[in-house]
Design a protein around this ligand. Structure first.
Ligand code: MN
Ligand code: MN
Length: 409
């Protein structure tokens, strides 16, 4: 790393380390920006939004390597409209909010203890990760086989497309989780709900369907429940036994315990767990859970088989997307942000914070694939690589022959 780059790096970290309170004045921003040798010599005039600019230092003063126009690839859940129900809340980031994200949409949801996400289904497959607390999930497959399970922080589930399911918060404090769908145009507010369906079916038909009196359905809610508060569920084993009577349980589990999966890769800079159909057979969605230590780098790479949808769970970092034809853009990410990178488009993610940066890489693909710059260079004739880059044969020969995934500063 040359001295100029090191200075730039320190300056950037300096900006990020300044407390948010100190950044509430434009004057502070100007001082911090003046330390960056790429900053314009004069103070910017015009409207200022110091808090937003402090969260996006690479937008206010981009690296000099950024150039041209790259379609927006960041949206924050903090900007999404939150919909409240009696049992919790939810909000979504879809292709309507972030137009580039055509292959995947995401939903954050919080359910109180006893709060239920109503029995429903949708055309798309649903992948989920528990971010807090405990929940009971239920589903029934096309053979009438049952699935009832309790999940906790770090656990995943996958409901295949069209499979009906529910989620309920357990004690002591319910749960919070992220849902990921394999279509950017998914809409959590327009799923097939059991109350909505029955309310829009003639009672005489319902009566005939179940061989009961039409009045049986007088108390079905006229308006969808969606997210509602009710009592906690009963004993897990008892509910599993009752639900599976006559048909049994689903042949492949819909839940996955990430705590029981050893990291796919561990380096000095962090670790990654890859979960795809190789270890979670029901999933048509591939996932990488990445943890970068402070200074750690998710190395320069791309994905040849699918677009990448990212969700930042904790920490602060930046990503540069190189969109070819001289276009490159760097954006900053923090908790609750969504990022998106098109198929085969190169990028890196760097932890610029003081704590671990934890994020998800999600793909509409049944298996995970990537190609790293270092791996490509290591396995191409070194003379040819050096004739392009002039970095010296010695540097190229020192690149590890096995893919690093995560490097440290
Ligand atoms: Mn669902
Ligand atoms: Mn990636």
């Amino acid at each position: 790393m040359d001295e100029l780059t090191q200075n730039q790096r320190l300056s950037r970290r300096g900006i990020l380390q300044v407390g948010s309170a100190a950044l509430t004045t434009a004057a502070t921003l100007t001082v911090a920006a003046a330390q960056d040798h790429h900053s314009p010599a004069t103070t910017k005039t015009g409207p200022q939004n110091p808090i937003l600019e402090a969260q996006n230092p690479d937008s206010a003063h981009s690296p000099e390597t950024d150039n041209g126009t790259v379609s927006p690839f960041k949206y924050s859940f903090a900007l999404a409209r939150t919909r409240f129900g009696s049992g919790g809340w939810t909000r979504q980031v879809t292709a309507r909010e972030l137009p580039i994200s055509k292959t995947i949409a995401g939903v954050e949801m919080r359910l109180n203890a006893g709060g239920v996400r109503e029995l429903h289904w949708h055309v798309e497959a649903e992948w989920a990760i528990m971010l807090y607390g405990h929940a009971r999930i239920t589903a029934v497959d096309q053979a009438g086989k049952s699935f009832v399970s309790d999940v906790g922080e770090g656990d995943l589930w996958l409901f295949p497309k069209g499979i009906p399911h529910s989620i309920q918060g357990l004690g002591p404090d319910g749960c919070r989780f992220l849902l990921v769908f394999d279509d950017g145009n998914f809409n959590e507010f327009e799923t097939f709900l059991i109350t909505d369906w029955l309310t829009h079916t003639p009672k005489e038909v319902l009566a005939k369907n179940f061989n009961v009196l039409p009045a049986t359905f007088d108390q079905v809610p006229k308006k969808e429940l969606f997210i509602f508060q009710t009592d906690l569920p009963g004993d897990l084993t008892a509910e599993q036994t009752q639900a599976s009577r006559g048909t049994g349980v689903v042949p492949q589990r819909y839940d996955f315990r990430t705590s029981q999966l050893k990291p796919t890769k561990v380096t000095a800079g962090g670790e990654v767990k890859i979960i795809d159909s190789k270890n979670f057979p029901v999933s048509p969605i591939a996932a990488a859970i990445v943890r970068l230590k402070p200074g750690g780098l998710r190395e320069l790479h791309w994905h040849p088989n699918a677009d990448e949808w990212q969700y930042f769970i904790s920490g602060k970092g930046r990503m540069t997307v190189f969109a070819a034809g001289t276009h490159a853009r760097t954006m900053d990410f923090q908790e609750g942000d969504v990022g998106y990178v098109l198929q085969s488009t190169p990028h890196y993610v760097e932890n610029l914070g003081e704590t671990d940066l934890v994020f998800l890489e999600m793909f509409k693909a049944d298996h995970y694939e990537d190609i790293s710059l270092a791996e490509w260079m290591a396995h191409t004739p070194h003379q040819l690589v050096d004739q392009h880059l002039h970095v010296g044969r010695e540097m190229i020969e020192k690149i590890p022959t096995e893919e690093m995934v995560i490097t440290s500063s």
